[in-house]
Design a protein around this ligand. Structure first.
Ligand SMILES: C[S@@+](CC[C@H](N)C(=O)[O-])C[C@H]1O[C@@H](n2cnc3c(N)ncnc32)[C@H](O)[C@@H]1O
Length: 318
């Protein structure tokens, strides 16, 4: 499953490092998972389709291809549900993911350095929707890392339908499994920080992957409050498990400075809407989304009584 990455990595220096990343990825693929036969079947059938040219026609990553067998493709993609990240339009097939990724990209694209020619690391890439967007922006390498296996199958499936995203790759590993090397010009950590038990360690690990002039883009959940304030949910947050710590904006900025980042700048701050995170048939008929995770009487609160999700984008330099 990782052969094309191996070939791609051969053009870069640091062969010992990229070999370690690949080995970690290959080991992750050996872990027993009862869904693998179903996902492999789906991937095999999707890979039989012809490739088309991808571009962005808002709000979709569009793949133009008149020779798509839509019935077969729909069946294959359904076997890879739930589709959290997207959306994609494959000829006439609209794959409406739970998240409208385009809305996040719109909030950040005007603030980041242009990705053309840059090596980009997308940590916690999900199914690589943003990794593909980074490649479409002209990144010389758009490397996503994502430990959740299904998302790696989704990425492979979508990429196999595209002829012009050769620089996008996804490895099934966690950031902390990567031997560090300071080669990336832009490092993204979006929707990942609050899942970390040790947020400072995550920031330090991101920094180790950054070239001297590189830019860090952090997108994460925050709460209102002064510097030093955090919310540590006792149990779930908006029905999510593994949400460890939500800082105030000032606290987040102080963490970044403490981790040694310069020019820490919060460029966007917004409440997550049910337009951006919505129920669709691609997450399963009975699956819940943001509207089910909010207090039905007061949408400023989660169902557990915490402040409703607000997200920021913070940009910092190495
Ligand atoms: C909320 S999703 C965000 C996906 C995408 N980046 C976005 O912004 O929509 C967070 C993803 O990060 C992954 N993740 C969590 N901790 C990670 C780590 N330490 N290294 C790499 N990925 C991680 C999770 O498996 C999950 O798919």
């Amino acid at each position: 499953m990782l052969n094309d990455i191996q070939t791609f990595f051969n053009q870069f220096d640091h062969e010992n490092i990229t070999t370690q990343w690949l080995k970690a990825g290959q080991a992750a693929l050996q872990v027993k998972n009862g869904n693998v036969p179903k996902w492999s079947d789906a991937l095999n059938s999707i890979q039989c389709q012809e490739r088309g040219v991808a571009s962005v026609t808002k709000p979709y990553i569009c793949i133009q291809n008149t020779s798509i067998d839509q019935a077969s493709l729909t069946q294959g993609l359904q076997q890879l549900m739930p589709w959290r990240k997207g959306p994609f339009l494959i000829e006439k097939l609209a794959l409406e993911s739970e998240w409208q990724g385009d809305m996040k990209w719109e909030r950040l694209e005007q603030h980041i350095r242009p990705l053309k020619g840059r090596k980009v690391l997308d940590v916690g890439a999900g199914n690589g929707y943003f990794t593909l967007r980074m490649a479409l922006e002209g990144a010389s390498l758009a490397l996503g890392v994502e430990p959740f296996l299904l998302f790696n199958y989704q990425f492979k499936a979508i990429k196999s339908l595209i002829s012009n995203c050769e620089t996008a790759h996804l490895l099934p590993i966690r950031l902390e499994e990567m031997a560090p090397v300071a080669i990336f010009d832009s490092v993204f950590s979006m929707g990942v920080l609050y899942h970390q038990k040790d947020h400072m360690l995550h920031l330090q690990q991101l920094k180790k992957m950054m070239a001297p002039e590189a830019e860090l883009i952090i997108e994460t959940l925050v709460v209102d409050g002064p510097v030093g304030h955090t919310l540590i949910p006792k149990d779930r947050y908006a029905r999510m498990r593994n949400v460890h710590c939500l800082p105030s904006i000032k606290t987040l900025e102080s963490w970044l400075k403490e981790a040694g980042f310069a020019n820490v700048n919060t460029v966007n701050n917004c409440k997550t809407s049910t337009e951006e995170q919505r129920r669709t048939k691609w997450i399963g008929e009975n699956s819940a989304s943001l509207q089910d995770f909010l207090d039905p009487i007061d949408n400023d609160l989660t169902i557990e009584g915490h402040p409703a999700p607000k997200r920021v984008i913070v940009i910092a330099q190495h």
